[in-house]
Design a protein around this ligand. Structure first.
Ligand code: ADP
Length: 517
């Protein structure tokens, strides 16, 4: 049977989506592959179809019990013999499933990476013809990714112990260069063909709202978008309860979802949302994997998430049906503290913590950016795009005025130069504002030449100018735990009066072309 016949016969789809066929053919030709495709692209079929056509078993390594179950249920419904083996299986389940695998009836076996540590399971698999090992959510092998799983590190050694080397196919929706390098190095792929689908989602409208009064924004948004289905993501359970109560008390059909609720309530909420019995879901990031609702019209982030990957994944739950949808980030500097706290409480190794903080910093840059938001996202995912502005995101469409603020920027450079690369933007702003806090006094910075030089500028505006000076290449911001600032060569030239600064862009709060919200 041909791949396309399997697609039609078993899955009931007339044709492949872009990219699927090439991945399937690579696997069927016996070559390893790494497929980096966005959520919703249809990665599962890319290994499920080969599983039906290859001689031998396909082992799928998947990080989440709920995902495994969903996939196996879907396959079973399509009359494809598949089983999963995980810690929730009873002894009787296990016996039955192992028997079915041994009999050769089963095509796909789903396991968590930790199962590979089980000696009995390993010995069992060594006696079987394993044709394909699928590493689903392959980014979990990388500490740069947002859900690192140490168990993924064992896959390579485990595969090496099989009597015959299977084809390894790896799949992920995470596409940063750092993660990709790790996947290639750590999964033991042999001269893999690498596929990379575009991460652009043309129907999504991105915008960042620097709103002080978030609740007011949300309520007015809901008023203007009646009956539309949407998700409001918040950073903590407490916040989920609070925002949920506020939204509900105003008469909206809202639900809530976070890890502090009973399983039953979570299930009910998810179903109510899926079947449009409620339109707005207020949730933490616990609400996510496995949501396959196509008509989500907006995703509002009440606080920034910890990194751009999580952001794009969560925001990307909007508009799966291809219809125009909005992804709005409510950005407030103070929320960065929550994420920092979560990272610091995360009991990471120092190395991992540094990476997490770097990723957070990239997220903050998105929130503070004045450039094209779509470009920022695609650039983060390592996609080379030929344009600078999409002209259809909040930043591209906001009316801005340009102002020559060379004297102020020189003062910022002076301040940074005096601090000799030892402090970040918070201290720089305090000094320039002439704010003699305890910390400023402790270092004696009230005697610096830059102290109070920009006291007449509003704190927000000052921060924004520092940000733009970073974006425009006058200031370098260190990666990691302490994002300290130092001057670049261009910044030094500016400070020495040898150049004028690129004009500062200031949003007027108005939208250039008509956008209905
Ligand atoms: P991913 O894992 O890349 O996020 P999935 O494998 O879950 O995506 O697929 C997303 C949805 O697209 C599923 O509902 C799947 O059945 C559907 N799908 C996949 N391939 C096709 C296709 N060729 N034609 C139509 N629908 C498809």
């Amino acid at each position: 049977m041909q791949a396309v016949e399997v697609l039609q016969k078993y899955f009931g789809y007339p044709s492949f989506r872009p990219g699927q066929e090439a991945v399937i053919e690579t696997i069927l030709s016996g070559r390893d592959c790494l497929a980096i495709m966005p959520t919703g692209a249809g990665k599962s079929l890319c290994f499920q179809i080969p599983a039906l056509l290859l001689q031998g078993l396909t082992l799928v390594i998947s990080p989440l019990i709920s995902l495994m179950k969903d996939q196996v249920d879907a396959l079973t419904a399509q009359h494809i013999p598949a089983v999963y083996i995980n810690s929730q299986c009873t002894l009787a389940d296990l016996k039955y499933r192992l028997g079915a695998i041994r009999s050769g009836r089963v095509r796909l076996v789903y396991v968590s990476p930790e199962r590979l540590q089980n000696e009995f399971f390993t010995n069992f698999m060594q006696t079987l013809p394993v044709a394909q090992v699928v590493v689903d959510e392959a980014h979990c092998v990388s500490q740069w990714g947002h859900d690192f799983r140490p168990g993924y590190g064992m896959i390579k050694a485990w595969v090496d112990k099989l009597p015959e080397r299977p084809i390894i196919s790896a799949f992920t929706a995470t596409a940063t260069e750092k993660v990709k390098t790790d996947m290639l190095a750590l999964l033991g792929l042999d001269k893999p063909r690498i596929f990379r689908g575009s991460f652009d989602r043309p129907n999504l409208y991105f915008r960042v709202v620097k709103s002080q009064d978030k609740l007011r924004f949300v309520i007015s948004y809901l008023q203007n978008h009646p009956r539309e289905s949407g998700i409001i993501y918040v950073a903590t359970r407490k916040e989920a309860e609070r925002v949920y109560a506020e939204v509900k008390s105003r008469g909206y059909a809202a639900g809530r979802y976070h890890a502090g609720l009973e399983d039953e309530e979570r299930k009910r909420m998810q179903e109510d949302f899926s079947y449009d019995r409620i339109s707005v879901m207020v949730a933490t990031n616990a609400f996510g994997m496995g949501i396959d609702k196509s008509n989500v019209r907006f995703v509002i982030h009440y606080q920034i998430p910890g990194n751009l990957e999580s952001y794009y994944q969560e925001a990307g739950r909007a508009g799966r049906d291809g219809a125009p949808s909005e992804c709005i980030l409510l950005f407030h500097r103070q929320d960065v503290m929550i994420q920092r706290y979560l990272i610091e409480q995360g009991r990471y190794t120092p190395e991992k913590e540094k990476k997490e903080l770097y990723n957070l910093q990239r997220m903050v840059q998105y929130g503070e950016s004045h450039g094209c938001l779509r470009h920022a996202i695609l650039d983060y995912f390592g996609e080379n795009v030929s344009w600078q502005r999409c002209e259809r995101c909040g930043n591209c469409q906001e009316e801005t005025v340009e102002e020559d603020r060379t004297p102020e920027l020189r003062n910022i450079c002076l301040c940074i130069d005096e601090l000799k690369g030892r402090f970040g933007s918070t201290m720089v702003c305090l000094i320039l504002a002439g704010n003699a806090t305890r910390k400023v006094l402790q270092y004696g910075f009230e005697h610096n030449a830059a102290f109070g030089l920009l006291a007449d500028i509003r704190a927000e505006e000052l921060r924004d100018m520092v940000q733009q000076a970073i974006e425009n290449g006058y200031i370098r911001q260190a990666a990691g735990r302490y994002p300290t600032l130092s001057l670049t060569a261009a910044g030094r030239k500016l400070l020495q009066g040898q150049s004028r600064a690129v004009p500062i862009r200031r949003g007027t709060g108005k939208v250039n072309s008509a956008h209905d919200s």
